[in-house]
Design a protein around this ligand. Sequence first.
Ligand code: PEP
Ligand code: MN
Length: 360
Amino acid sequence: MENSKQMRTWLDDMKLDHPLVIAGPCSAETEEQVLRIANELKDTDVNYYRAGIWKPRTRPGMFEGVGALGLKWLQKVKSETGMKTCTEVANAAHVKLALEHDIDLLWIGARSTVSPFIMQEIADALAGTDKIVLVKNPVNPDLALWLGGIERLYTADIKNLGAIHRGFSTYEKTKYRNIPEWQLAIEFQNKFPDLPLINDPSHITGNREMIFDVSQTALDLNFDGLMIETHFDPDNAWSDAAQQVTPSKLIQIMKDLKIRKESDTEAEYNSQLSNLRAQIDVLDSQLIDMLGKRMKISDGIGALKKQKNVAVLQSNRWNQILGAMILEGEAKGLSEEFVLRMFKAIHQESINHQEKIINA
Ligand code: PEP
Ligand code: MN
């Protein structure tokens, strides 16, 4: 099914000629810091000014935010610069304070989305509001949990909703702080095509050098906007120092990003696209056919191992396959990351097939 946006949302009503941009520091640190960054971001394409007031930190003893005091600083940002403001809320008390201080947009952090109790508490506290509420994906790659959180808000009659994709934690060491799992975000768009979806490259990358590339990928995938942490002195920020960019860097990023249209009606473009897609469809069928054949061979290996009572997993053999495939993949322009993921999935399926036979 084509992903078509049909409902008008708060974002359409903004009538922007560029993706939505939310920017500002990870944390509000001092009144001067909050106002200085806001002043450097006003009169740019930034639509909302962010600053975390209550900071969810993984371990105690780190800077946990300035608390309600920071809400007054955000009010000052609004009166001095005219910028709209936003902050993270993580319980009913936060919601009450944020509403009292007329924060324009609230977001729910990844560590809150994982908890249905917290989501329900926030939904109840926000019931009927016309503020914009954005729900970050949960820390774990669980699409249902993300959707469930949004449904709780929707059921509480919160109409101006959206989502933020900030990546997922993983035990594996990768170049990302939180792996994007783009496929999951695409599935999210298919489930809720009308819900504005914002990308947060700061928490995905954890590294300011990678912010541009991840932002561009997000725009290439039809994301509606970006949330980018911005600080005039990133290295000395009180939280998330490595991933924040300076206001001037942010302006450069926004200038360099290529904004893609969702589609085009020109006949020549559409005929070439159909042709290429037809080729992809043929190859995809072949891939499935080959994988089916490969698993039949695994079944044969399973039967042999059963006869001799040999273990399913043979680590040496597996490492050999992986090494060889990474090299072959490289020669065909496939990234090591992709080849590893693909072969891990194939290997797991192979093990499942053999297990079934050995234990039959
Ligand atoms: C944040 O936006 O500063 C934040 C804490 O994000 P997340 O919930 O994605 O970790
Ligand atoms: Mn942060």
